[in-house]
Ligand binder design. Structure first.
Ligand SMILES: [Zn+2]
Length: 392
């Protein structure tokens, strides 16, 4: 722990590395500063002692014809609890246990809570997970399965966020909420940039597209590529049309992000109105602009289309938030903002099992047959999908 410090991203006040969630001087976001300069590889970061095998996820080229252009998918669904949050929680919890924490608290729209509950179970400590009452049932079931105390908080995510602050204060447990509140968690996300850089043969893509709530993953990707030296990709922060505070500020050319009203989208993982911490969004907006990228909103219909392309066209089963990056890539390509031949990485952040209900509503190829039905019943249905030439 002696090899790092905390520094305010706004006023640059410095602090020794302890459990601290905001700058005492200005209330700003704290980031980890490593002695000896930016870490050039994973070995220079905190080795997670509480681990379930997170990170090191595949980078898969999208199948030709399934999506136009040169698209790669960073498949974060492979993480132990099914989302990229595992990277963050593993590091935040490892650090906190070093500081003597006896339990954890996490406000979440579902994925971070599932991750925090999983890693608390792994560490053998209690977990309090606070989620909006409208959180998808699959995510709540996962949180509860790991043995955490699941607290359903009335209203949207920001209410859970505020209550987590109070519970952490009251219990002395570490707050691993995955906004910018835990600098050690955010710091672990720079490995995403390192991995993509290595997986593309030590080069940077032209674009990285990131589903964005408050934005720690944007910071992680930016920092990771900066660590490796050379060009930084343009970052696209994707939000849902029904909850897009950062996109609104980007489109208006505003310097500051304003909190959103009531979120309305199937993309639960990025359904974050930033009420009470709009400053997180402002910081993310700054990072996006500095990268030369943009913020963009996608509709729920565009997300569902992208889910189908990922699943039926590429074999990747993603939740709506995870597919929002591909939806944004397709939109930007159609508009010509992403030019032909440019290399695009889509962060697919969460697994389809986490919002299974959305898939159950989609039309599928399905027939029911009697046990003694002839195979021709099935081949008939198959021909409707394949056309006549595919069968012998
Ligand atoms: Zn400060």
């Amino acid at each position: 722990m002696t090899t790092m410090m905390l520094s305010c991203v706004d006023c640059r006040a410095e602090y020794t590395a302890t459990l601290r969630y905001a700058c005492e001087e200005c209330g700003g976001i704290l980031e980890v500063v490593h002695a000896g300069g930016p870490p050039s590889d994973a070995a220079a970061l905190v080795a997670p002692e509480v681990t379930l095998g997170e990170g090191g996820t595949p980078l898969l080229r999208a199948r030709a014809g399934s999506a136009e252009g040169a698209i790669w998918i960073k498949d974060e669904t492979r993480n132990p609890s099914g989302s990229f949050k595992d990277r963050l929680v593993s590091a935040a919890l490892t650090t906190a246990l070093g500081f003597g924490s006896k339990g954890l608290v996490c406000a979440s729209s579902g994925n971070a809570g599932a991750s925090a509950a999983a890693y608390a179970a792994r560490a053998g400590i209690p977990a309090v997970i606070l989620v909006p009452e409208q959180t998808p049932a699959e995510k709540m079931a996962q949180i509860a399965a790991y043995g955490a105390l699941l607290v359903r908080v009335a209203g949207h995510y920001s209410n859970s966020y505020a209550m987590a602050l109070a519970v952490a204060e009251e219990t002395g447990f570490v707050n691993v909420t995955t906004t910018f509140i835990n600098p050690y968690g955010t710091d672990a996300l720079r490995l995403v940039g390192h991995e993509i850089h290595a997986q593309l043969g030590e080069t940077a893509p032209d674009w990285v597209i990131v589903p964005t709530g408050s934005g720690p993953l944007v910071k992680g990707v930016v920092q990771g590529f900066a660590d490796r030296g050379g060009r930084t990709p343009k970052i696209v922060a994707v939000q849902a049309e029904g909850c897009a505070p950062i996109v609104k500020a980007f489109d208006e050319g505003a310097a500051e992000v304003q909190p959103w009203g009531e979120p309305k989208t199937i993309a639960s993982g990025i359904s974050d109105p930033l009420i009470g911490y709009a400053r997180d969004g402002t910081y993310t907006l700054r990072l996006v602009r500095e990268s030369g990228g943009r913020a963009i909103a996608v509709s729920d219909d565009e997300i569902i289309q992208a889910m189908k392309v990922l699943a039926a066209g590429n074999g990747i089963f993603a939740e709506p938030t995870g597919a929002s990056s591909l939806a944004a890539a397709q939109k930007l390509m159609a508009r010509g903002e992403i030019r032909p031949g440019e290399r695009v990485v889509c962060m697919v952040t969460g697994h389809g099992f986490k919002q299974f209900a959305i898939y159950r509503q989609m039309p599928v190829h399905e027939i029911r047959v009697e046990a003694d039905a002839p195979a021709t019943v099935i081949t008939g249905a198959l021909r409707e999908i394949t056309g006549p030439g595919a069968l012998h």
